[in-house]
Design a protein around this ligand. Structure first.
Ligand SMILES: [Mn+2]
Length: 255
């Protein structure tokens, strides 16, 4: 089985650099003739609730996803902490496109897949991160059934977008401190390496692939292989598994 995977693209609006990178990533799926594409969360900087409205905001992205599925390549979609509660959007699109639910699977928690005898854990990253208890409390609340209901049935996506744009403006200010290089090297990288080792025993997997930390890594420790493509607008990288080994590939947006 061959696959490609990416997380943390953070597409904000149509035509931005993140969108260009993501479209180029989707082109790689056909070029490399993979069987599956794993999207590990935070593909969008803000996408909450299953509204078809999002298809009109990002027409190019959904057109390309449609063509990908038509070519027989399957998608496994994990929630991030910027894009979640949108299973209904995928259900609606698949129905509209007359495609089987098997083609585009939606997961709200980490998944383990057995690939050529190896157990691989796919996660966004915040679910397996060690510590950060106040964030985890916030995460439980925001992922709850009540918020799912609000996002899908009550609040219009236009309003969600406005609220989220404010929130991401605030978190960008924080991120400037958090993702400072020295802090990344000394705190974030070791924390996520340790989190990957812990998650590997929790999920009984020898390979852990996640994002969220925005800190690129390909690291082997205690016979656990941990991969993280980092913050894509900066790293411009994704992972390719050719059936035997992993490769980190740089995206080309010049075309
Ligand atoms: Mn994240």
């Amino acid at each position: 089985m061959k696959f490609i995977t990416i997380s943390d693209v953070h597409i904000k609006e149509e035509g931005d650099f993140s969108e260009k990178l993501f479209l180029s990533f989707l082109d790689q799926a056909k070029f490399l003739a993979v069987d599956k594409v794993y999207l590990l969360g935070d593909i969008f900087d803000l996408l909450v609730g299953g509204h078809l409205y999002y298809e009109t905001i990002y027409p190019q992205v959904f057109l390309k996803l449609n063509l990908l599925l038509k070519s027989g390549i399957k998608i496994i979609q994990l929630e991030g902490n910027h894009d979640f509660h949108f299973k209904a959007l995928i259900d609606k699109l698949l129905k509209k496109w007359q495609m089987s639910p098997e083609m585009w699977k939606y997961e709200s928690s980490p998944v383990v897949e057995i690939v050529d005898g190896k157990r691989i854990l796919f996660a966004h990253g915040d679910e397996i991160e060690i510590g950060n208890e106040s964030y985890k409390k916030y995460r439980r609340f925001i992922r709850s059934g009540a918020i799912n209901f609000l996002a899908n049935k009550v609040v219009s996506p236009r309003i969600t977008r406005k609220i989220g744009q404010r929130a991401s403006h605030k978190s960008r200010k924080r991120n400037n401190i958090r993702y400072d290089e020295k802090y990344e090297e000394e705190k974030v990288r070791p924390l996520f390496r340790a989190s990957a080792v812990q998650a590997s025993s929790q999920y009984n997997a020898s390979i852990v692939i996640c994002g969220h930390s925005h800190c690129f890594d390909m690291h082997e420790e205690d016979s656990v292989y941990y991969l993280n493509n980092g913050y894509v607008p900066r790293t411009q990288k994704f992972f390719y598994f050719d059936g035997e080994k992993f490769e980190s590939i740089k995206l080309d947006t010049s075309k």
